[in-house]
Design a binder for this molecule. Structure first.
Ligand SMILES: NC(=O)c1ccc[n+]([C@@H]2O[C@H](COP(=O)([O-])OP(=O)(O)OC[C@H]3O[C@@H](n4cnc5c(N)ncnc54)[C@H](OP(=O)(O)O)[C@@H]3O)[C@@H](O)[C@H]2O)c1
Length: 331
């Protein structure tokens, strides 16, 4: 069977993207073949598409760390043909061909049955970004932070993880301070649930001292580097900060004072290897009490031919919100 995919090839260190017809192979035992109806664009896809060996070691390769679709063929007792399913994380789109192809073959244990009150498209409106945002928010809730405890800081607020974290927090009644480099989107951030918008530079200035004035009780950091350090230094007593991303920098220049004088907790967030019990719990929350896709302000649905331009925008830091890829299958 032939299917269309964004195909990345490498020749002498030069990486080329093209839309190509690929041929599916025989399905392996304990694997399922999924007809992908929707995928979504994440920062990792942009890295994989441009030859970042930290994400994808071997090329040719089909990126796409998210996929939602229908089981086309199953060699596992866990799934039957026509089941509606979601795959995010594990090795999808990294060294296993991903959701920027119209079909994927994956181990059955990576696959989540779609909750009945969530559409396949809404599952990808969240995608890895929403799943990671929900993991971050759950850490803050489980830490015991209540809406009345104080404000919550969110960095990279116009990005995928940041905008959904902000939406979830405001849905749960928290007051959110959004940090952005795109001040022209301030009104949209307010509409999306921010009670305050802070320019990136204002946050990094807080990091100049060993410990800053306490400004918030928790933070969802999606960018790393000096932003994460500043977020930790300005978090109030017994608060917490979640760390999931490195778009600004993977480095962390910090001292121990926020931890030993204020009892601040820094939580690492990993959506890739997250265990299936928590994974299912998060998807259930996103489909029920935490369902917010109706409130999403920055959403664009595109076809495969448009994905290259969105990848470029993401790499240039010009991308905002969620980009959903819809595969059109011939009947
Ligand atoms: N740990 C995990 O399991 C996991 C899962 C998903 C994503 N991630 C990581 O989380 C991060 C965010 O992912 P995403 O999908 O939300 O990406 P995204 O949509 O590209 O958003 C990132 C946002 O960060 C801000 N930003 C961009 N460049 C920056 C810079 N140089 N300095 C400071 N801020 C900058 C921008 O927001 P503003 O203009 O509003 O500031 C941008 O919209 C990435 O590093 C990604 O790899 C990790």
């Amino acid at each position: 069977m032939q299917y269309k995919a964004l195909y990345i090839t490498e020749l002498d260190g030069v990486f080329t993207k093209e839309i190509k017809h690929l041929e599916s192979q025989e399905l392996k035992p304990d694997h399922v073949r999924i007809k992908v109806l929707f995928s979504s664009l994440n920062y990792k896809d942009a890295l994989s598409s441009t030859g970042n060996k930290g994400v994808t070691r071997n090329y040719p390769h089909v990126p796409g760390i998210d996929a939602a679709g229908i089981i086309e063929e199953s060699r596992s007792s866990l799934f039957n043909n026509s089941d509606e399913v979601i795959v995010t994380g594990y090795d999808l789109g990294m060294n296993t061909d991903g959701g920027f192809g119209a079909f994927i073959d994956v181990p059955a244990h990576w696959v989540v049955k779609k909750p009945s009150n969530l559409s396949l498209k809404d599952a990808m409106l969240y995608g890895t970004a929403g799943f990671t945002a929900a993991l971050s928010v759950k850490k803050i809730v489980d830490h015991g932070v209540k809406p009345e405890s104080g404000k919550i800081l969110v960095t990279g607020a116009t990005g995928g993880v940041g905008s959904i974290a902000m939406g979830l927090l405001s849905h749960l009644g928290y007051q959110v301070v959004a940090v952005t480099g795109k001040e022209q989107l301030k009104d949209q951030l307010i509409q999306n649930g921010a009670c305050e918008v802070l320019h990136r530079d204002a946050l990094t200035q807080l990091g100049a001292k060993m410990l800053a004035k306490p400004m918030w009780i928790a933070a969802v950091d999606t960018v790393g580097g000096d932003f994460l350090a500043s977020a930790v230094k300005s978090t109030d007593y017994a608060g917490c900060v979640t760390c999931c991303g490195n778009v600004a920098s993977p480095d962390l220049m910090l001292n121990v004072y926020p931890f030993i004088l204020r009892g601040v907790t820094l939580y690492g967030i990993d959506s890739v290897q997250c265990d299936m019990t928590l994974r299912t719990k998060i998807w259930d929350l996103l489909s029920e009490e935490w369902a917010i896709t109706e409130k999403f302000k920055f959403v664009e649905t595109i076809t495969l031919s448009e994905i290259e331009s969105r990848i470029e925008m993401m790499l240039e830091g010009k991308h905002s919100g969620r980009t959903i890829l819809e595969h059109h299958h011939e009947k």
